[in-house]
Ligand binder design. Structure first.
Ligand code: SF4
Length: 371
């Protein structure tokens, strides 16, 4: 038990997290004989999955004829595929402002958030594809560390070195009980296997942190929890409830991990100041008294693109999520892409509120950015 736990008041044991168990597991031919696949299949069997198929090829099967969009979505979301990460997942990509570089332990996520960031950015059926060639996925850590970066110079991140984001295309904690990839990455970086000067970071809406607590993390992985107001949480199907995420945040902070709040997607719901104020107060109460707390915060407002809206409306035809272009402002990327964000005045109100209230209500929190 970490020393700092000894002098803290006793707390009730957290309820066991609800873990995602896929109905179907597919293993591509190229992934079948890799050592990490054996570990994944051991976990899949222990989880009680009956339908495990080794495919004769590397292509995942397409949807059966006549299947509706809803049925295809439900089947894909209940499927995990063990695959070799494609070249696009192995090619280093800078991803400011979140981190210097992206690493993909997997692509896809078992949760059902009606605003999901992956809609429109990942093509094909929303199967959770976990990467079996873990050594290749993690290899860029050694080659890119110290090569210069996009965020290292940020004074608020001093000491983190070159940062690698693990949650661009998945929620790595939501599938960790089936893969073990996250723990392997944390321990490898924590013990300097890829050299010094690298840090990992990921964001999660899950709470199964127990297997991470005793890892030799060396303070080199920042675990951020995606948190939101209760009015937005109702759009986050299949994830851990907010109190469970906040409890998990407390537990990893007590285990000495640097931690973070990813407050996203922020929505100006009725009474948003009170709702987000309550959330920040709950976080402050959970983290009170944790010694040497290292806490960052990132605030990201809701946005959507024409393609993400089209995909999400197919997946969640009855959603109450507001995606109305007529009440939004258009933001164009330098490559001509279009995003719909909140109007300027709303963005300014949200930004100034979070810039004041995050450090004001949560002692020690360093706001990295608000966008
Ligand atoms: Fe998408 Fe993240 Fe929700 Fe998973 S947890 S469904 S990646 S928004």
């Amino acid at each position: 038990m970490p020393a700092q736990l000894l002098d803290r008041p006793e707390r009730r044991l957290p309820a066991a997290p609800r873990l995602w168990i896929p109905k179907h597991v597919l293993v591509t031919r190229a992934a079948a004989d890799l050592p990490h696949t054996a570990e994944i299949l051991r976990r899949v069997e222990a989880a009680g999955v009956d339908d495990v198929r080794i495919l004769p090829a590397d292509r995942l099967p397409t949807a059966p004829k006549g299947e509706s969009e809803r049925e295809a979505y439900a089947r894909a979301k209940a499927t995990m595929a063990v695959v070799v990460a494609p070249p696009s997942a192995l090619k280093p990509q800078p991803i400011p402002p979140s981190a210097d570089w992206r690493l993909d332990l997997a692509r896809g996520c078992p949760a059902h958030c009606q605003y999901c960031y992956l809609a429109g950015s990942l093509s094909g059926a929303p199967i959770t594809r976990v990467h079996a060639n873990l050594d290749e996925v993690l290899a860029p850590i050694a080659s890119l560390t110290g090569t210069g970066s996009v965020t290292t110079g940020d004074a608020l991140r001093g000491g983190e070195g070159t940062t690698f984001e693990l949650s661009c295309y998945t929620d790595p904690l939501g599938i960790e009980h089936l893969t073990g990839s996250l723990a392997a990455a944390i321990a490898q970086v924590g013990t300097g296997r890829h050299g010094d000067g690298a840090s990992l970071r990921f964001t999660t809406k899950f709470d199964a942190v127990e297997p991470l607590l005793a890892l030799p993390h060396g303070g080199r992985t920042r675990i951020r929890f995606s948190l939101n107001a209760a009015e937005v949480e109702r759009f986050e199907g299949g994830t851990a409830r907010m109190p469970a995420r906040i409890e998990a945040l407390r537990r990893v902070a007590e285990a000495g991990y640097p931690v973070g709040l990813t407050i996203a997607p922020v929505m100006p719901v009725d009474g948003w100041q009170e709702s987000y104020g309550r959330l920040l107060d709950d976080v402050a109460a959970a983290l009170a008294g944790i010694p040497a707390l290292d806490l960052t915060a990132e605030v990201i407002t809701h946005r959507f693109t024409p393609s993400s809206k089209q995909v999400l409306e197919g997946w969640y035809p009855r959603t109450k999520l507001e995606m109305d272009e007529s009440v939004r402002s258009v933001k164009r990327s330098k490559f001509g892409g279009v995003k719909y964000v909140y109007p300027k005045g709303t963005m300014a109100d949200l930004r100034s509120w979070f810039e004041r209230e995050v450090p004001g209500r949560v002692p020690g929190a360093r706001l990295l950015y608000s966008t």
